[in-house]
Design a protein around this ligand. Structure first.
Ligand code: TPP
Length: 631
């Protein structure tokens, strides 16, 4: 039987054990072929092939609950639950999403994407089962990186007081996206010695048994010492003190042992933790060698791992890393912080150059924000870089720790905008929260030069600043920017048509293309690079509105609560003000690549030009000679 014949979890459970190794190989080949074509998460999935097969052999997802933390490692689960065809179209509009998704399959028991939610959600399932007298098993699969999330630890702290039947699988590959960090990670690495301990234990037991007369008695005595010895060699104490029975460490690539142990564990009672050791990228030479690069990847050549399209040289992430290195040389109080994303945020080179000024706190955005605030309170100049979507974890900390106390922390939010990974990862909601935070400025650069100038300006300020920018190309949008002035926008093009297109951040590149297209159609619009979202250049926009212009705001953010909303609210006193907001709807966006989504929501160059044509066809707004209310 091949993977294509597995159309439901029952097919796998019916498969004779001797056919499983071939299936495992086939799954690995499917993973490599699909991710090579569509991009996605490779190394983590290659690491959990045997584990996922074993889980599906032992547990029945029709009645048992399996919840993956973060969910980037759920591809094998998708294949084994009747979604092979959809998986082959991973992240496409008509294919699978990249994460477990309740709308996609009844076997995706909980939607995930951000780390540190699985144990809580699974515990919710277990509590509901206990309340309703059910008997299904509940299993959470947590990576060693996500174990360090505050939310995971909060949930683990709650297991033993909430339920008497819970299985936590710790998938320990010693890696987060980069090598794992923190004291817990060090505690887990004692397992290396744990393996020696297991070998030593087996050796002692058989040697002692052979000693005539006292051998058997000595053996009983030794087994009493065993649990004490285990505490020395294995990370048992930590989990057992929290009320979880520790089982392991298991070789996560030994399918028969994994299946047999999980079967035994499924019949035990009480909260239990199964510690499984896996290798990130297992079975694929380039992914094993470079697990960080192949954690999440763009399409590549499946034979050697070479990326099919070179990544743009100028990205906002590289610009951040480069500018911060220069700034740190000028002012050593400038330190950099990330939450498990040194490569993704472009801080890895900074980390290499200035290890004493760099902190990777693990997947702990909230802690990172409070930590940065503490550094700022003590006179340092912290710059914290995380992805916009994950920064939402830290929202209260930004408010409570940085904003209320007016501490000069710079929060750099990468991947701000729609991304390839779907709704859990789009960075399109955060401005709606930042706008309510006192003392907080929000800046959005159009390109790498704008970002560098913004960082330089931000480090001179005495309050918190958010600088947010998208993934990808940050090549200059203009040969020469106007010097950056606090709260001021930059007019990139002035036109005769009564339309001012205010582009936010990188949307400036799209706005300029739309202006170019309109010019070929005989329409010359004005294009403004907003630069500042809070405080934005209300004076300039007011003048344009008073001149009878229609302002079109364009942002890679949800239109509700974004720049357009801020502008409209601020200028609500301008009579007949025409501000048209372009951006993403307040909705769960469908699956699909960024280009597809832009097409679907008319945010392409052509779509924007068409909207502007529609606006020009309406009767003009009446110009105001002076503002109706005193400013
Ligand atoms: C709150 C949050 N922060 C950051 C990320 C980005 N991220 C995705 S996977 C990952 C590493 C997870 O490591 P681990 O749990 O050990 O899983 P592995 O990939 O090693 O299997 C990170 C940091 C995220 N998904 N959610």
């Amino acid at each position: 039987m091949s993977i294509a014949d597995i159309t439901s979890p029952d097919d796998l459970r019916a498969l004779p054990a001797d056919q499983l190794p071939a299936l495992v190989e086939e799954i690995r080949a499917e993973l490599i072929a699909t991710v090579a074509k569509q991009g996605g998460h490779l190394a983590s999935n290659l690491g959990v092939v045997e584990l996922t097969v074993a889980l599906h052999c032992v547990f029945d997802v029709r009645k048992d609950i399996i919840i993956f933390d973060t969910g980037h490692q759920s591809y094998v689960h998708k294949m084994l639950t009747g979604r092979l065809d959809a998986f082959r179209k991973l992240r496409q509009a008509d294919g699978c999403t990249g994460f477990p998704n309740r709308a996609e399959s009844p076997f995706d028991h909980f939607g995930v994407g951000h780390s540190g939610t699985a144990v809580s959600a699974a515990l919710g399932y277990a509590a509901a089962r206990d309340r309703t007298g059910g008997n299904g098993k509940v299993v959470a699969i947590l990576g060693d990186g996500a174990l360090g999330c505050g939310s995971s630890l909060e949930a683990i702290n709650n297991i033993a007081v909430t339920t008497r039947d819970f299985i936590l699988i710790l998938n320990d590959n010693k890696m987060s996206i980069s090598p794992n960090v923190g004291a817990l990670s060090r505690c887990l690495s004692r397992v290396i010695s744990g393996r020696s301990y297991n070998r030593f234990k087996v050796f002692c037991a058989s040697a002692v048994q052979r000693i005539p007369m006292i051998g058997p008695r000595l053996r009983t005595w030794i087994s009493r010492l065993d649990s004490a010895a285990k505490q020395l060699f294995l990370p048992t104490a930590f989990f057992e003190e929290l009320g979880l029975r520790y089982i392991g460490p298991l070789d996560g690539h030994d399918l028969p042992q994994l299946t047999a142990t999980l079967r035994r564990v499924s019949h035990l009672h009480g909260p239990r933790l199964v510690h499984v050791l896996t290798v990130k990228g297992k079975g694929c030479h380039f992914a094993e060698k470079k697990p960080t690069c192949f954690h999440g990847t763009a399409p590549f050549d499946p034979h050697n791992g070479d990326l099919l399209q070179p990544t743009p040289k100028a990205t906002f992430s590289t610009a951040l890393g480069k500018t911060l290195r220069t700034l740190h040389q000028e002012d050593q109080r400038i330190v950099a912080i990330t939450a498990g994303m040194p490569e993704g945020t472009g801080l890895h080179e900074f980390a290499k150059a200035f290890p004493n000024a760099f902190y990777d706190v693990g997947i702990a955005e909230a802690h990172a924000a409070a930590f940065a605030s503490g550094l700022a309170a003590a006179g340092q100049r912290p710059v914290m870089a995380v992805y916009a979507s994950f920064s939402q974890r830290a929202a209260d900390y930004v408010f409570h720790d940085a904003c209320l106390q007016e501490l000069p922390v710079i929060f750099c939010l990468d991947r701000a905008g729609v991304v390839a990974d779907g709704p859990t990862h789009h960075g399109i909601q955060d401005v709606a929260f930042w706008r309510a935070c006192p003392n907080l400025a929000v800046l959005q650069p159009a390109d790498q030069d704008d970002l560098a100038a913004m960082l330089r300006l931000a480090v001179t300020r005495r309050h918190p600043v958010v600088i947010r920018y998208p993934a990808g190309n940050a090549a200059p949008v203009t040969a020469q920017h106007h010097p950056l002035e606090w709260g001021k926008a930059e007019t990139l093009e002035s036109g005769s048509a009564p339309i001012a297109l205010w582009a936010v951040g990188r949307e400036a590149a799209v706005a300029l293309q739309a202006a170019e297209l309109l010019r070929t159609q005989g329409i010359a619009i004005t294009v403004v690079n907003a630069r500042f979202t809070i405080p934005f250049d209300a004076d300039l926009m007011r003048r344009q509105l008073n001149d009878g212009m229609t302002v079109v705001t364009l942002e890679d953010h949800c239109v509700e609560g974004g720049f357009g909303s801020i502008a409209r609210d601020s200028l609500a006193d301008v009579p007949d003000a025409r501000i048209v907001k372009l951006g993403w709807p307040r909705a769960v966006l469908p699956n699909g690549p960024v280009a597809y989504l832009r097409q679907r929501f008319s945010l392409t160059t052509a779509g924007i030009a068409e909207t502007i044509h529609g606006l020009l066809a309406r009767p003009p707004a009446s110009p105001q000679s002076k503002p109706p209310f005193p400013a």
